[in-house]
Design a protein around this ligand. Structure first.
Ligand SMILES: Cc1cc2nc3c(=O)[nH]c(=O)nc-3n(C[C@H](O)[C@H](O)[C@H](O)COP(=O)(O)O)c2cc1C
Length: 187
């Protein structure tokens, strides 16, 4: 069994990226579990706070969840053609202290996808993540792409990804990442 963790980079109740994550959980292929990790409760990074109080509990817990998972999927929104500060801030905290990066992110299979109401579906924020994922020495999976545009037309009032074609693309994306992770994980 492969254990994946997915993180939505939005705190918004009706987030399209969280809807995408929730659909991915439903659509995970046989032999694969996908659970949601959360960035809620992670404070703004402050080096003085870190020096004084250490790593916040919400950060430590998520670090451990990522470290224990076989792979990580980031569901990223896009703000001003870049990475939303809320999400980048969370990953910055997760990369502390430096000496723990290898345990949490080192050689970790990571996939990237996202959803936005705009016409390009987070392609620019996904591109902006690449340098971050390289710096953290992850094993970035480039075998699939999923940038969901016009997301506001695809999610219903209950916050469920309702569009069948997008659900199929998502299922294919998760299955492709799962296959990549499986090739690396000893049975
Ligand atoms: C400050 C800000 C900047 C935004 N810039 C972009 C953008 O560059 N590209 C885009 O596709 N959507 C942009 N949006 C719209 C977001 O894609 C939209 O708010 C989306 O719902 C955010 O993701 P979520 O639904 O997961 O919260 C922006 C939204 C905000 C609040």
């Amino acid at each position: 069994m492969t254990h994946l963790i997915g993180i939505s980079g939005s705190l918004r109740q009706a987030s399209f990226n969280t809807a995408l994550l929730n659909a991915a959980i439903e659509l995970a292929p046989p032999g694969c579990t996908l659970v949601a990790g959360s960035i809620r409760g992670i404070p703004l990074y402050d080096g003085d706070v870190e020096a004084r109080d250490g790593i916040p509990e919400a950060v430590s817990a998520l670090k451990d969840q990522i470290a224990q998972a076989d792979g990580l999927i980031l569901f990223t929104p896009e703000y001003n053609n870049g990475i939303p500060g809320v999400f980048k801030n969370a990953i910055d905290w997760l990369s502390r202290p430096n000496a723990d990066i290898a345990r949490v992110f080192g050689n970790k299979p990571v996939a990237l996808c996202g959803a936005s109401p705009g016409p390009f579906g987070t392609t620019l924020s996904q591109a902006a993540w690449l340098g971050v994922l390289r710096t953290l020495q992850t094993d970035f999976w480039s075998g699939g792409r999923l940038a969901v545009s016009r997301a506001n037309t695809l999610v219903d009032e209950q916050g469920r990804l309702a569009d069948e074609a997008t659900r199929q693309r998502l299922a294919q994306f998760v299955a492709g990442f799962h296959a990549h992770v499986q090739r690396r994980t000893p049975a």
